[in-house]
Design a protein around this ligand. Structure first.
Ligand code: NCD
Length: 340
């Protein structure tokens, strides 16, 4: 695809070459994300960061990514503080905001809403998550993390094995990631969920059509054997009819160090899009994994910044100008050692 000026709505837009190019740009931008150098390449540009659903890391990392390229960020975080609360249509909001900004990131609870918004926008729109449908930038940073973690262990993405655990029905991060994995060769995917929270058929079909091995499990221990990556997700309680319905599933598939040691290979990498549920009896990933060097969840969040910087640089066509606007950082910067 041509990234320049494009909306980024779904991972369906990408082929493998697109991913390789994006990750090359992300690698080149890493010194800027690590605060070794700064660049003002997007000085004067404005991002409208519109989050109509709760968000910490997606919202803040998109904002930081834009700031790190020198641009300014305008943020709206609630429907009730925007004119959508007065009955304004997505169409009109898009027409208005695209007059104020150079690019828009939007998260919204309804499936398809960001695509609808984009049709009325005069500037590129990036999907920050639309209901249970898709979360393309999360899938890109997840894949970037998978690639880095596997490389660090002497492996490639082609032929790798992943177990995806938890709420596979409503988890949009999982839906986008699984579709993206289908672009690679001979991936083995274990889909591990409680009965009732299985992956939608259309997502499974993308993997099967790509010739990948897909195995469905309802038993946690069995499902996480013989994999390189263990990707755990939260019960998406906001997508259930009631909190009581979500409670039926909460805490069913909890991974802790003992379960990991018993079932996983010694080097299995643990990932999670976060947030993880910290409530007692609910934790999908127990705190006792925090000292496990294979816990990659905070390396994963760090990667979110650099991948989102790459998206902005490509969509706004400044990849070749980044270095022209660069200089060393002059303030105190904390040492950024790889974290767990
Ligand atoms: C995910 C999301 O919002 O879909 N979080 C995120 O963006 N990192 C996953 C989740 O909320 O469970």
């Amino acid at each position: 695809m041509d990234f320049v000026g494009s909306h980024i709505i779904s991972v369906d837009q990408f082929d493998r070459g697109d991913i390789d190019r994006l990750f090359e740009v992300a690698d080149a931008l890493a010194p800027f994300a690590r605060r070794e150098r700064i660049t003002r390449v997007l000085q004067g540009a404005i991002l409208s960061n519109m989050f109509f659903e709760p968000s910490t890391r997606t919202r803040v990392s998109f904002g930081c990514a834009f700031n790190l390229l020198g641009g300014d960020v305008r943020e709206t975080t609630e429907v009730k503080s925007s004119a959508l609360a007065k009955g304004e249509s997505l169409h009109d909001t898009a027409r208005v905001l695209s007059g104020y900004s150079d690019v828009i990131v939007m998260r919204h609870p309804e499936e398809g809403s960001v695509a609808e918004f984009a049709t009325a926008s005069r500037v590129p729109v990036i999907n920050g998550g639309d209901g249970a449908n898709e979360h393309p930038s999360q899938a890109l940073l997840d894949l970037y993390t998978v690639r880095r973690e596997l490389r660090a262990r002497g492996r490639a993405i082609d032929g790798f094995r992943i177990a995806v655990v938890g709420d596979l029905r409503f988890g949009r991060a999982v839906h986008s990631l699984l579709k993206l994995l289908a672009l690679f060769d001979q991936v083995t995917v274990h889909l591990v969920s409680p009965p009732g929270l299985e992956t939608p058929d259309d997502v499974v079909a993308v993997l099967q059509d790509g010739g990948h091995a897909v195995e469905v499990y309802h038993d946690l221990g069995a499902g996480i054997h013989h994999v390189d990556i263990l990707y755990v997700t939260r019960t998406q309680e906001e997508r259930f009819a009631s909190p009581e319905e979500a409670d039926r599933y909460r805490g069913l598939f909890r991974v802790n160090q003992a379960i990991y040691t018993e079932n996983c290979e010694p080097n299995t990498v643990i990932m999670h899009p976060l947030p993880r549920d910290s409530r007692a009896q609910a934790q999908e990933l127990d705190d006792d994994l925090n000292t496990n060097p294979n816990l990659a969840i905070f390396r994963q969040t760090d990667n979110g910044v650099v991948v989102r910087m790459a998206l902005f640089a490509m969509v706004l066509d400044v990849v070749d100008q980044v270095q022209d606007h660069a200089r060393p950082v002059t303030w105190y910067t904390a040492k950024r050692t790889p974290s767990g």
